[in-house]
Design a protein around this ligand. Structure first.
Ligand SMILES: Cc1cc2nc3c(=O)[nH]c(=O)nc-3n(C[C@H](O)[C@H](O)[C@H](O)COP(=O)(O)O)c2cc1C
Length: 183
């Protein structure tokens, strides 16, 4: 698939199923990620791979977060928060490592990881896999970060859900209206 076809045909999956990516596919996806522009060659990306049962580590932390942040939440709501990790057979937590601070501003490291994320979803799409980019409160929660081996200072740029596109999404129309300033 050429790059413009990949860009124009990609859409977030509505429903993902098994199988998830093979180890070789995952390597291809991660290597596409680290091809992103990287000011200062800092390699600011960290990828936490959660396959199969390992997703429960994140799911348990997400349930605990819901219990802590929403004490009024029912047991069912707390359980549901954790079960979100079951939306795909494989999750890659894509994070920006921003310490120690240096010459390259933090925002540039985070943006580089955003670019890596985009490379990864395009690579997955070119391999015939479906993706979802998720964040929400768990992405900003220190305890959730710790549960998966990140430090509170790291920035989770997104949870990359990967699997077989059972219900693929429809690509959006590319409308430039209002986005372009022509001087
Ligand atoms: C930084 C970032 C965070 C996102 N977080 C979420 C999220 O928490 N939940 C969600 O459903 N989609 C999330 N998305 C995905 C967008 O909602 C999705 O890409 C958008 O709806 C456009 O759909 P498309 O990917 O099919 O073009 C996120 C995207 C970005 C760039």
């Amino acid at each position: 698939m050429d790059i413009l076809t990949a860009i124009n045909s990609r859409a977030s999956a509505i429903k993902l199923g098994t199988p998830g990516p093979t180890r070789a596919q995952l390597d291809t996806i991660l290597k596409a990620g680290i091809r992103a522009p990287d000011h200062g060659r800092l390699s600011p990306w960290r990828f936490v791979i959660l396959d199969g049962d390992k997703r429960e580590i994140l799911g348990d932390a997400m349930s605990a977060m819901r219990r802590r942040l929403s004490p009024e939440a029912s047991d069912d709501e707390v359980k549901k928060e954790g079960q979100k990790v079951m939306r795909a057979p494989t999750i890659v937590v894509v994070a920006a490592y921003t310490t120690p601070p240096g010459k390259i501003p933090e925002i540039e490291r985070i943006v580089a990881v955003g670019a890596a994320f985009q490379n990864m979803i395009l690579a997955a799409h070119a391999l015939g896999l479906g993706t979802m980019w998720k964040t929400g409160q768990p992405a900003y929660d220190a305890d959730v970060k710790k549960s998966i081996g990140l430090s509170p200072e790291d920035h989770i740029v997104g949870f990359l859900y990967l699997g077989t596109p059972e219900t693929p999404g429809a690509p959006r129309e590319s409308k430039l209206d209002g986005c372009v300033i022509q001087l």
